[in-house]
Design a protein around this ligand. Structure first.
Ligand SMILES: [Ca+2]
Ligand SMILES: [Ca+2]
Length: 346
């Protein structure tokens, strides 16, 4: 909303888009091609029009009021619909579809509509407010095929560690098809293993995935499960990123001793903060031992002990994507993740 107030004077600015062959599917109002219409879509439009932001992947989607041009009024229209009970978005909305108006310009297609990523969670997941808390798919706003990253969060039962939604979105913003797998609220490892495999199946079934470029990453218990997935599919991934992997009652040790370890083709990045020693385990020594085991197995591993998280146990570093970047560069792990992916996956 803050963009809106300052930009009302610029109401005359608009961007007409050239007619192109129709037939591509999109969702009206979904400027960032995420598959849903939210406040972020209005912001995306405003940033493109006024502050040099990226061009929407599908201009027809940005044309929220369907008058064949993209302008400030489209962002206002979307916000009015979302928050003020304004007129509904013209078709196609809320499902993917073609522009029903004959002769109207269409677009090259929205990545969300071209991708049709399945989500098969074994159980219904909601947060304490009853809102959806299941798996997430996030797509870059461009169209085409994308390298994929499967992310697994930390925690067990309903204590979820890590940012399922934020990690997914940050991956997409960096050009990756992000798939954040939410696990059922189970205490035991075995059901979680099945959930992670379901997530991999869903990611692999995504039409716009470039299956030659894949990575798996996880935090705490999700790190352990990601390592186990790489053991089960040693040829599949280009990169494996493990953030403070959990010992899992000896499961991490078993994975380190697994004879298949040396068959893994992927390069590894192992990250832990310097004071991650109070969350049920000494994750610093666990991560160090794991890195040594990977190295001993002949694998290419980058291991980094980041700075101490101030005022609390370091495990929480990975609960946010990049909040700690504001605290210090030595705690800013997310750019390290993206650099590693860009170097080894793209
Ligand atoms: Ca959207
Ligand atoms: Ca318009």
């Amino acid at each position: 909303m803050k963009y809106l107030a300052g930009l009302l004077l610029l109401a005359g600015v608009s961007c007409f888009y050239p007619c192109c062959a129709g037939g591509a599917d999109f969702i009206r109002g979904d400027t960032d091609s995420s598959g849903t219409v939210e406040i972020s879509d209005a912001i995306f439009t405003l940033q493109w029009l006024f502050t040099g932001g990226a061009e929407p992947g599908c201009l027809s989607a940005a044309d929220a009021d369907d008058n064949s041009s993209v302008e400030l009024s489209d962002a206002i229209y979307t916000l009015g619909y979302l928050f003020l009970g304004g007129t509904a978005l013209p078709a196609p909305y809320p499902e993917c579809g073609e522009d029903p108006t004959p002769g109207r310009p269409s677009c090259q297609g929205s990545s969300a509509c071209a991708c049709e990523t399945p989500i098969n969670d074994a159980c219904e997941l909601t947060d304490e407010n009853g809102d959806y808390a299941g798996s997430r798919v996030c797509l870059p706003s461009a169209s085409g095929s994308f390298p994929g990253v499967l992310y697994s969060h930390g925690g067990k039962e309903d204590a979820v560690g890590g940012d399922i939604e934020g990690t997914c979105e940050a991956l997409a913003a960096a050009g990756y098809l992000g798939y954040s797998k939410a696990r059922c609220y189970e205490l035991q490892l075995d059901p979680g293993r099945l959930d992670v495999r379901d997530g991999l199946d869903d990611l692999l079934a995504t039409r716009c995935l470039d299956a030659e470029r894949l990575a798996v990453m996880g935090y705490s218990r999700g790190g352990l499960l990601s390592l186990e997935l790489a053991l089960d599919y040693p040829d599949l991934f280009d990169a494996v990123i493990l953030m403070a992997p959990a010992p899992g009652n000896g499961a991490l040790e078993e994975a380190m001793a697994d004879p298949r370890l040396g068959e893994i083709r992927a390069r590894f990045l192992v990250l832990v903060s310097g004071n991650d020693q109070c969350q049920g385990a000494n994750h610093v020594s666990e991560a160090r031992e794991l890195s040594e085991a990977l190295d001993d197995a002949g694998l290419d591993v980058s291991f980094e002990v980041l700075a101490d998280v101030p005022d609390r146990c370091g495990h929480y570093l990975f609960d946010t994507v990049n909040d700690y970047c504001k605290v210090s560069a030595e705690l800013c792990y997310w750019p390290r993740v993206i650099n590693f992916l860009d170097e080894h996956v793209r």
